[in-house]
Design a protein around this ligand. Sequence first.
Ligand code: ADP
Length: 490
Amino acid sequence: MGATPVPLIKPRVEINPSPKRRRFGKTFGTIDPRTGEETARIAEGDKEDVDLAVKAARDAFDHGPWPRLPGSARRRIMMKYADLIEENKEELAALDTIDAGKLFSWGKAVDIPVVAEMLRYYAGAADKIHGETLKMSRELQGYTLREPVGIVGHIIPWNFPSSMFFMKVAPALAAGCTMIVKPAEQTPLSALRYAHLAKLAGIPDGVINVITGFGPTAGAAIASHMDIDKISFTGSTEVGRLVMVAAAKSNLKAVSLELGGKSPVIIFDDADVDKAADLALLGIMYNKGEVCVAGSRVFVQEGIYDEIVKKLEEKAKTWAVGDPFNPTVRHGPQVDKTQFERILSYIEHGKREGATLLTGGKPCGQKGYYIEPTIFTDVKDNMVIAKEEIFGPVMSLMKFKTVEEAIERANATRYGLAAGIVTNDLNLANTVSRSIRAGVIWINCYFAFDMDCPYGGFKMSGFGRDLGVDALDKYLQVKSVVTPIYNSPW
Ligand code: ADP
């Protein structure tokens, strides 16, 4: 912890009522992971609040202007929303740092401007949503309309509070939907500010309804609501399953799920050792490992294995851990006590199972939820740390001999979110990328996200795609309209 403590940045808006003002109902505390102390009291929404929000969203969908506006009008409002976000990027980044322990400088320079761009990307699509003219086999003419799916329930996780919010909200807005958004209970602050900015941008009341609260209450009420048409969920595989069951048991609402991962990074013998080590380290340590696509299983071909181990050890030691407001820090605290303890228990498990601790393995700092960047070597495929999603800064390093072996072991997981391949051999990269069952393959890079690049899982990592033009489809229904060409007796 070489970091200088930086005073808490106080949000400029009054987000929560004081706990004494009980007329606002139940509240819960949101915790600053740098200290473990409470930052603010937040309204604790439950089923009743979800019902009210759905009523507002239904009214806005059935009678309000948003779904009926020409796409160009939605585009203009979304562009204004994007500008307001960009103008407030410092404050928004600070809210995510206080709530999730995310790097402030990165948030201000990347996360928040990217969120504004995401809105602009989908704003540009809002007036280009159209169906097809059908070539029918009889004397009929027909065309399809692509209509908004209706009311969407977005249930989002805590690791990227801003990006997740807009990955879901931006395409749904462009499609003309109205929506309920439930941020994770760990990170409600920026979502509340986004709701406020939506109003300032001119998004009509009832279009974006943010409900803060807990998963088993507010989240479950959304998943099982009879008047929500679609759920877009990002979170753990366990909760994704609950959401899908609740959707099936209620009104059979459409569901898309972006779930957990245990993504492989495969480094071949011909790779540049220094660059490959940087890539692998970034792949697992970025955002302190709290990333569903984190490259948590690193397979290294035997010819360069020892060199990679040495490099990783050197580099991990320079990975600065500390206060995420400090611009020289690369690694802030884990999001909360539960995650912190969970990660440490996985580390203990790894040691007990016989993996060798190369670096890290301990908490650090006097307070807060900081964990050292941790690397295990001698990891076997059947060890718990190689199979389960840890969602923390813990790399499992494994050696392989042949290409076939690498593919087989990389695929030997119930997940299929992402994979990294490091090689200069184009044929090899192409062959391996076609053989890995995952939604995104990064060749000689990692986390190379782009708005235009659809993103989602295979296998138990879920289904449906966020980002890209594909994401619009999640929020649209296809309707066929047919008329006879002649005055025939249909
Ligand atoms: P993580 O393991 O990353 O915390 P979760 O899957 O627990 O992810 O949480 C992701 C989101 O799902 C959060 O907004 C959380 O409140 C919500 N959630 C948790 N449990 C449920 C549930 N039973 N039904 C609906 N949503 C839930």
